[in-house]
Design a protein around this ligand. Structure first.
Ligand code: SAM
Length: 279
């Protein structure tokens, strides 16, 4: 019996199902169920929610989510070796866990969930940023999900919550903070995982805003921000050269100076610039 449920401890689960970690699948497992329950609590009240979990592995976080009262968990796992262990969890929580053996990058996950939806995952690091960008850029806003509670490498978490003027501020910070309120909820040392990764990790909680913070066309904003940060040390007038023939006038029309650098421009400034470029 474990700390949070009547199922066996995760070390026994891993041993009995032969789940040796595969590096190619980003497998760094959390074996402390008190910790996985804490991560589940960082997502707020789960009782009325469907929860999407990408990469349940042996099921540590899955068990945390269920013990913390999630209405239903839909878990997408690429590694078929994990399925028997996850079936045991499904049997202990009848009707509340659906496991799908698929690649989260290709599965139409929304088809399996009912609102309200929260996404909570200890993501494989090799696909974490890619999934985050997809969740932040749905065809329409607000998205199906209310919040994201996700594990990242600490360096990526720092880029997500970075403010203008800092080294970590860039495309990711702007994409995230334009449409969500994001904060670091928990920091974890390498020893929290088995096997331990080389770097520190952090859980980031994102709350979706009803509307983006400032008006802008998402595609134009992305184009302007990508070009501006492609040469982040250059002045805006040089970095954005060629975007429109009269780019200096448009930078001024947005209330910015052509001699500013991208890393100094706020999200509000980039949105004004995107509107000036579109207009
Ligand atoms: N949630 C477990 C935990 O906290 O201990 C495992 C987390 S481990 C960092 C990442 C998990 O994602 C692994 O179980 C791995 O097999 C799975 N995974 C990797 N790539 C995936 C993908 N493209 N789609 C779905 N699952 C994937």
């Amino acid at each position: 019996m474990s700390a949070i449920d009547d199922l066996p401890p995760l070390r026994s689960v891993i041993a009995s199902h032969g789940l040796t970690a595969k590096k190619a699948l980003g497998q760094n497992f959390l074996l402390d169920l008190n910790l996985t329950a804490k991560i589940a609590r960082a997502a707020g009240d789960l009782s009325g929610c469907d929860v999407l979990e990408v990469g349940p592995g042996p099921g540590g976080l899955t068990r945390g989510l269920l013990a913390e009262g999630a209405r239903r968990v839909v878990a997408i796992e690429k590694d078929a070796r994990c399925l028997p262990a996850l079936d045991e969890i499904a049997a202990a929580y009848p009707g509340r866990l659906k496991v799908i053996n698929a690649d989260a990058l290709t599965l139409d996950w929304a088809a399996h969930l009912g609102a309200p939806v929260k996404i909570v995952s200890n993501l494989p690091y090799n696909v974490g940023t890619e999934l985050l960008v997809r969740w932040l850029t749905p065809p329409a806003w607000p998205p199906l999900w209310q919040s994201l509670t996700l594990m990242f490498q600490r360096e990526v978490a720092d880029r997500i919550v970075a403010v203008p003027g800092s080294k970590a501020y860039g495309r990711l910070a702007i994409l995230v903070q334009w449409r969500t309120t994001a904060r670091i909820a928990l920091s974890l040392p390498p020893e929290a995982f088995t096997p331990p990764p080389k770097v520190h990790s952090a859980v980031v909680h994102f709350q979706a805003l009803a509307e983006p913070r400032f008006p802008a066309d998402p595609a134009v904003l992305e184009r302007v921000v990508a070009k501006a940060f492609n040469q982040r040390r250059k002045m805006l007038r040089a970095a954005l050269k060629g975007l429109t023939p009269d780019i200096e006038d448009r930078i001024r029309a947005a209330g910015l100076s052509p001699t500013e650098r991208a890393e100094q421009v706020s999200i509000e400034g980039f949105c004004a610039l995107a509107r000036a470029v579109a207009g």
